[in-house]
Design a protein around this ligand. Sequence first.
Ligand code: KIV
Length: 273
Amino acid sequence: MSVQSAARRLTAPDIRARKGGEPIVSLTAYHAHTARLVDPHVDFMLVGDSLGMVMHGMETTVPVTVDMMILQGQAVMRGSARALVVVDLPFGSYEGSPQQAFATAARVLKETGAGAVKLEGGRRMAETVRFLADRGVPVMGHVGLTPQAINTLGSFKALGRDEASAALILDDARSIAEAGAFSIVLEAISEPLARQITEEVAPPTIGIGGSPACDGQILVLEDMLGLSDRVPRFVKKFADIGPAIGAAVEAYASEVRARSFPGPEHVYAPKKG
Ligand code: KIV
């Protein structure tokens, strides 16, 4: 007997087929409740390792573990029904060898039910991307600013703004495109470079600090909602819900102190008889 859900979830091949078409919309999600809110409006949700910084207050994404990614990936899958869910492979869980990457990716896909993984890196990861793609693991690439490399980069600044560095990033994108990545995130690179990569590579590009010409865009949900203290230039705040949360908590605190909350409608009367 086959089991079918009401609406089919988007897949990596669906995203791959969107090259040059209607822009691909995506956001990060780490929780079931935010996934539920985001799901109707996006094509894919990324359970990004940015969760280490956004949810846990870490300085970088380096300490994030596979177990953390699996826990939040499971939550996002439970909270969504339609969008493709992509889970980041965290630092140290895939770079050692293609075999290590396959073992981690297989565990992530089996334990979360997500449809794809993302990993950072260009030329140096091409062999791994091919190894995974050949074995049934859809891989989203990520080039340009790769936050897991913070200890070698030194800071989170935009890249590809001079000819030499632009040529390296173009080569990175070409390498993982040829290796079989089904789409590629372009983070914090010069706008003409993001445009050029989008024109040259076969899979769709997803910009975050890229170009409006990219095949799609992604932002960290908490950044675009105005919940993050400091955000990079590429973030547009589509809402400012931080103050609204502060005001609600302040109102709650004053009603608790005044004993006006809970009101009669929030308490239970004894059963009659
Ligand atoms: O971890 C993350 O949220 C990401 C996006 C910024 C693309 O990789």
